[in-house]
Design a protein around this ligand. Structure first.
Ligand SMILES: *Cc1c(COP(=O)(O)O)cnc(C)c1O
Length: 469
């Protein structure tokens, strides 16, 4: 393992809660969550010069990914990164991987839905799955991957991990709260290492069970439990790449408008900025589940009840990755961050100190968009351009319409419209044609286990299926 001999040179990772030892990127990849309940972040952000960033213009996506991830995840080994990055992006149906398309004067869509499951989560998970399998193999270990999904993470995780040696994947989705296409993408998999659980509860319930199982040390150790949700920093790192390619292509600092649920994607943009990427502002676009919009408006981060909307992948009240932004806005005071998160866990509410709120507002705007406005945005875009967009992208497009930006506005298009045909038809009367890769969806047999919202049932189910107790 020549590439890993000089571990000390590589970037280490620290926890936002300050009570876990610094770890290398392989440990971050495999464990996901830090053992003190916090989230991992680089000990210091690697820096790229303006000249290095400008030189990304016109370069293949995989090459930019290698340059960036070599800095963030160097501990995984250069050869591993090179070969797995090449494989991860080979089967995207756009050669640019994340093409930037102009839609009007100064406005662009960054299309992130060209992977196997037609949502942006493929961009990170296609890579993470391969890296995880390699790392486990190197260590001679198996692992249980546990994911809560509001729709897209599940299918993207299944597409990335289905059939891989040494991995059992359990996916919890809220029963009846994901679209039919999303459900079928998960439940028609033929891979026997994939186990779908339809939980009688909300996404937040599913996420709470996942968190509780990670907190159960005995169980987590016996299972070698791993998270591929966006709490895993490797996902954030992989998502930072397209902010670099888009900005390099434009050649000026844009404002990014990001359809947001768990705050992972928009935090990837903050990560890119902290690594030196010139960005004007970040607009957090949420649906009616507006915890983030309320936080930026009032300074109080208070969870409400998750309500179902037309953009189900963002029906989230507790945005896990907000902890990372908070840690940075607290100038990396881990004690302060831990105290704040413990308070939030107890009372479901947290009031930010004025200077912390100021630092967040210096970077972020937040807009909450109703279902009615989402439909109107889909209809308007269709009338203007003849192009259909999905409801998550539409939330961001509607939020972009409220912005007065100097420079270019880049709206992240996070899913293909065919994943959400009901909303698209409601808005336009059109049914988006199913791309070739999804045609088999309506033929395959569905496999899932419906389960009450009960931690113990889920724990027993996993133990029985893996035989690891
Ligand atoms: C997951 C998802 C989002 C939200 O991303 P976060 O990183 O959770 O903020 C937005 N759009 C789509 C289509 C998604 O699948």
């Amino acid at each position: 393992m020549k590439a890993r001999r000089h571990m000390a040179e590589y970037l280490k990772y620290v926890s936002t809660r300050g009570r876990a030892p610094a770890q290398d990127s392989e440990e971050v990849l495999i464990s996901g969550l830090a053992p003190d309940g916090g989230l991992f972040l680089p000990e210091a952000w690697p820096q790229l010069s303006r000249a290095q960033i400008a030189a990304f213009k016109g370069k293949p996506y995989a090459e930019v990914a290698r340059a960036l991830l070599g800095q963030l995840l160097g501990g995984l080994g250069e050869e591993t990164l090179d070969s797995e990055i090449a494989k991860a992006y080979r089967n995207f149906d756009a050669p640019e991987v994340a093409p930037l398309r102009q839609i009007s004067e100064g406005r662009f869509l960054l299309e992130l839905f060209h992977g196997p499951t037609l949502a942006f989560k493929d961009i990170a998970l296609q890579l993470l799955g391969r890296l995880l399998a390699r790392a486990l193999q190197r260590r001679g270990q198996r692992a249980t991957v546990l994911a809560a999904t509001s729709g897209d993470t599940g299918s993207a995780a299944i597409a990335a991990l289905g059939g891989l040696e040494g991995i059992d994947l359990f996916v919890l989705h809220p029963q009846g709260r994901v679209s039919e296409v999303q459900r079928r993408q998960m439940t028609t998999t033929r891979h026997h290492n994939v186990h779908n659980i339809a939980l009688e509860g909300s996404f937040d319930d599913a996420q709470a069970i996942v968190k509780a199982l990670f907190a159960d040390r005995e169980f987590a150790a016996a299972q070698n439990l791993t998270a591929v949700n966006s709490i895993n920093f490797v996902r954030i790192a992989a998502q930072a790449v397209y902010y670099f390619t888009a900005t390099a292509e434009l050649g000026v600092a844009p404002t990014f408008v990001v359809p947001t649920g768990n705050f992972g994607d928009v935090f990837a943009a903050e990560s890119a900025m902290r690594m030196g990427l010139p960005v004007e502002r970040l607009v957090v676009a949420t649906n009616a589940n507006d915890i983030l919009a309320r936080t930026f408006a009032t300074g109080t981060y208070a969870a409400g009840r998750a309500q179902p909307t037309l953009s189900p992948s963002m029906d989230i009240q507790v945005a896990s990755n907000f902890e990372r932004a908070l840690f940075e806005a607290m100038e990396r005071d881990a004690h302060r961050c831990r105290t704040a998160m413990e308070q939030f866990a107890q009372s479901r509410s947290l009031t930010l100190a004025p200077e912390v709120l100021e630092r967040l507002r210096a970077r972020y705007d937040a807009v909450s968009v109703s279902d009615a406005k989402t439909l109107a945005a889909i209809a308007r875009h269709y009338e203007r351009t003849g192009q259909l967009i999905d409801p998550h992208t539409a939330v961001a497009l509607a939020a972009a319409d409220e912005q007065v930006a100097e420079g270019p506005l880049v709206v992240l298009a996070t899913a293909h419209p065919a994943k959400f045909p009901d909303a698209v038809r409601k808005a336009t009367g059109q049914i988006p044609p199913l791309p070739e890769r999804l045609r088999a969806l309506y033929e395959g047999e569905e496999r899932q286990t419906v389960m009450a919202n009960d931690l113990n049932l889920v724990r027993e189910f996993i133990a029985a299926r893996t035989g690891a107790v």
